[in-house]
Design a protein around this ligand. Structure first.
Ligand code: PPE
Length: 310
């Protein structure tokens, strides 16, 4: 996806021009994938653009960093990073909202597999990003393929962290799915349970109940996942965290994906089996989610950090 460039990027305390935000070719994270990142969205609201669950994303970034020393020696607190993100949105003037990508990497200066002598470097970028899985995906849904690549295991690369290198696994699965003519891949855990999409959590609806894999089956502890579970329960729908196998997907009444980038995307087909057009439960939860992020539901207003871009 080419970038709809913004004006500025925040690079370790400095605001620099988009095209000047570069790192050295021997930056260790480029070679070994040892870094952590976040994906955050801001949406337009009546009061101006608002970041969705900013604090939770920043705290997850710092938790990820704790799994990957010395990234945890980053000299910024959660408050600092929230302030940086709000400041960047203001500088870039994203009145219509944006996607925000903070990253903590190993700065240039050391090479080799020992990350400990390196100094963390923090980057925050933002740009305007449309629908992640295609323009009509939010209404018409997407087609999924169960990947023959297994999701990285708990004792290989911990799914509890959002590390750059972990996305090798996602991209391998994604390439196969795209080349087979699908829109996205679903990955199973080492022991054969449904884990998640390449960059999304997954939910199935059957008999009016929503089910999603527990964190012990290896999905990321998605912030959209948690938000959607809360919204669905508030709508009076039962939500259960339970292990799922592939046939639970094939036999589901409805399936949908959630993620900051993917928002809430319906699934219309899996492995050539029709699931169907966006169903009533998916539509109800999706509508409430898309209203919540735009500040239209008072009960969820405290999830938003409004940014004054005037
Ligand atoms: N699982 C994975 C593997 C994942 O990467 C994401 C986010 C999620 C689940 C959903 O988590 P959350 O955003 O907290 O609800 N994926 C991010 C990166 C996407 C990308 O292509 O880059 C995102 O959605 O921002």
């Amino acid at each position: 996806m080419p970038f709809p460039k913004a004006d500025k990027i925040w690079l370790d305390g400095r605001i620099v021009d988009w095209d000047e935000a570069t790192v050295h070719v021997l930056t260790p994270t480029l070679h070994y994938g040892y870094g952590v990142f976040e994906g955050i969205r801001a949406y337009p609201t009546d009061d101006g653009p608002a970041v969705f669950r900013l604090r939770e994303h920043v705290e997850r970034l710092l938790r990820s960093a704790r799994l990957y020393p010395p990234l945890d020696t980053v000299p910024y607190t959660a408050d600092d990073l929230c302030e940086v993100i709000v400041g960047l949105i203001r500088v870039n003037g994203h009145a219509k909202g944006c996607y925000i990508r903070p990253t903590i990497i190993l700065g240039y200066g050391e090479i080799g597999l020992n990350p400990l002598p390196s100094t963390p470097q923090t980057i925050v970028a933002s740009w305007e990003w449309g629908a992640y899985l295609g323009e009509d995906s939010l209404i018409n849904g997407v087609r999924l393929m169960i990947s023959s690549y297994r999701r990285i295991g708990k004792n290989t690369i911990p799914p509890a962290g959002k590390a750059n290198g972990q996305y090798l696994n996602s991209s391998l699965a994604k390439v196969d799915a795209l080349r087979a003519g699908y829109d996205e891949a679903i990955m199973l855990s080492e022991d054969g349970y449904v884990a998640e999409g390449t960059g999304e959590n997954l939910f199935v609806v059957a008999d009016g109940i929503i089910r999603t894999p527990p964190l012990s089956d290896g999905p990321l502890d998605g912030i959209t996942r948690a938000s959607v579970m809360r919204i669905a329960r508030d709508l009076g729908i039962e939500v259960v965290e339970t292990s799922l196998v592939r046939t639970d997907l094939y036999l589901a009444d409805e399936v949908f994906l959630t993620g900051t980038a993917a928002e809430l995307t319906p699934v219309r087909e899996i492995d050539g089996r029709e699931i169907g057009p966006r169903g009533p439960v998916t539509e109800a939860v999706q509508t409430a989610y898309l209203d919540a992020v735009r500040g239209r539901i008072p009960a969820y207003r405290d999830w938003l950090t409004v940014v004054d871009v005037t």
